[in-house]
Ligand binder design. Structure first.
Ligand code: GLN
Length: 475
């Protein structure tokens, strides 16, 4: 197992959460980032780790946990990394370990070795941002950045008992984030408290001219989250309606169900009204997600051809050289590329890729039908029929995972589909581009001797800031 180069006790990790850095001085920050820092809160003395698929300059590698990019250093930093540094954060040169290119649910597909769970070293930390979650849980850093394409911040947050936030798609800049599935990729934040996540949110919620999908300036409408945040007294959630998807309970084991109902009781105690909501077509979410994500990955990863990145080839190497470079991808990444290439082929496009896009839109609409707030970009026509009252809510709550962190030995010999199925609670949210936060909630958080299981609170598109109020009340 790799151990982090000793930089004082605070950066020593026993869980393989951090990837050692190379030796070189940090470069200056881009001037426009320096200007952004002026009016934002300070992160002075906040130690931060950044996932290995987010570009940083200087001594930190951007290996994406891949053999192909093992010693790769980026010539430019990701906007999110620059923003943290410009607000005074102590950004570690060591990068947070993860699944190769962010593909996986357990942080076991890494050229740097698997990340283990600091709460129980026999178990996985969750993936793909397992190093980020483990580093926070261990106390090596105060905050870590991860990426969340289908659940990669939320699942490890749940398994490691920390708070994990996935923003609305486009909220944080993706400039300098190595693309896995571009229409789903987001940068997420992990920390021990909701307040720390909110502070980092305020720093990263910046429109980036370098990212054409950046929506930081999107109007959020009246902010019920802000109201809850400031609310005093016993019932801070009075007037807030929380939806419980009617299909979820049948997918959960008894132990998770009891934690789920404890969380619902706590919500009611704090004044919230709980309603059952019907989210149609969610049974197709996993299939649609893995089809779309693999298709986009097969296209994005075509750039790793030995010519532009991680190249050791010369013109004499020819096709055999290309094969040699592509062979450096691990088996999980190869599987995604092959699946993605297949679903984009002319004979399968209509039945797989196109169908998945249709399912994606239906899932988006199913959320639109139950949220009180209107989707600011793609509102759906109301499906409410006469006499048919659909319950509307401010938030939706589900567990973040069906179970607590599995044993490393079990997942290493487990089936590939089981790994994919562990995302069942998180991928529908990603397909719809919605914001969500995972928190260890009151009684449902780990009791002594028990492993944690986070609850996921989901908001309407663009309503990121609303999530902080309700999740703060629950922790
Ligand atoms: N487990 C999912 C996948 O492998 C999610 C990964 C992620 O969110 N980066 O695609």
């Amino acid at each position: 197992m790799h151990r982090v180069r000793h930089l004082g006790t605070a950066t020593t990790s026993a869980t393989n959460s951090l990837i050692p850095a190379l030796q070189s001085p940090p470069p200056p920050l881009p001037p426009w980032i320096e200007r952004q820092a002026a009016s934002k809160p300070t992160l002075q003395n906040w130690r931060v780790a950044i996932k290995a698929n987010i570009a940083t300059t200087g001594s930190g590698t951007t290996s994406c946990a891949s053999k192909l990019l093992r010693d790769y250093t980026s010539p430019f930093p990701a906007t999110v990394a620059s923003l943290l540094a410009s607000h005074g954060a102590d950004v570690l040169p060591q990068k947070a370990n993860c699944d190769e290119f962010g593909m996986g649910s357990y942080a076991i597909h890494s050229t740097h070795g698997p990340v283990v769970n600091p709460l129980d070293m026999e178990r996985v930390a969750g993936g793909s941002s397992g190093g980020s979650a483990a580093a926070v849980a261990e106390g090596v850093v105060r905050v870590a950045l991860g990426t969340d394409t289908g659940g990669s911040v939320r699942l490890p947050a749940s398994y490691c008992g920390v708070v994990g936030f996935k923003p609305t798609y486009g909220r944080f800049s993706r400039y300098g984030v190595v693309s896995y599935a571009s229409s789903l990729d987001t940068v997420g934040v992990l920390a021990k408290s909701v307040d720390d996540i909110k502070t980092v949110y305020d720093v990263l919620n910046v429109a980036d001219p370098k990212d054409p999908t950046s929506i930081a300036q999107l109007h959020e409408g009246p902010d019920c989250g802000q109201r809850i945040f400031l609310e005093e007294g016993d019932k801070p959630l009075a007037g807030i309606v929380v939806g419980v998807p009617s299909h979820v309970a049948s997918m959960l084991p008894e132990s998770t169900l009891s934690r789920y109902s404890n969380a619902l009781e706590l919500l009611e105690e704090k004044g919230a009204t709980i309603v059952s909501v019907d989210l149609d077509n969610h049974q197709y979410a996993l299939g649609a997600y893995y089809t779309i994500a693999s298709a986009e990955a097969s296209s994005n990863l075509a750039r790793f051809d030995g010519v532009r990145y991680g190249s050791t080839l010369t013109s004499d190497d020819g096709l055999a050289g290309l094969e040699q470079v592509r062979n450096m991808f691990g088996p999980n990444v190869k599987r995604r590329i092959m699946l993605g290439t297949f679903v984009l082929g002319s004979s399968s496009y209509a039945s797989y890729f196109h169908q998945s896009q249709v399912v994606r839109r239906l899932i988006q609409e199913s959320y639109n039908n139950v949220f009180k707030a209107v989707h600011p970009i793609t509102p759906s026509e109301s499906t409410e029929r006469v006499g048919d009252k659909i319950a509307k809510c401010d938030f939706i709550i589900t567990p973040a995972a069906a179970t607590v962190a599995p044993l490393l030995k079990d997942v290493q010999k487990g089936a590939v589909v089981d790994e994919c199925a562990d995302d069942v609670m998180t991928v529908p949210v990603s397909l719809a581009g919605l914001p969500a936060i995972v928190v260890p909630v009151g009684e449902s958080a780990s009791k002594e001797g028990e492993l944690p299981l986070g609850m996921q609170i989901i908001g309407q598109f663009g309503r990121d800031a609303d999530l902080f109020g309700i999740s703060r009340v629950l922790t």
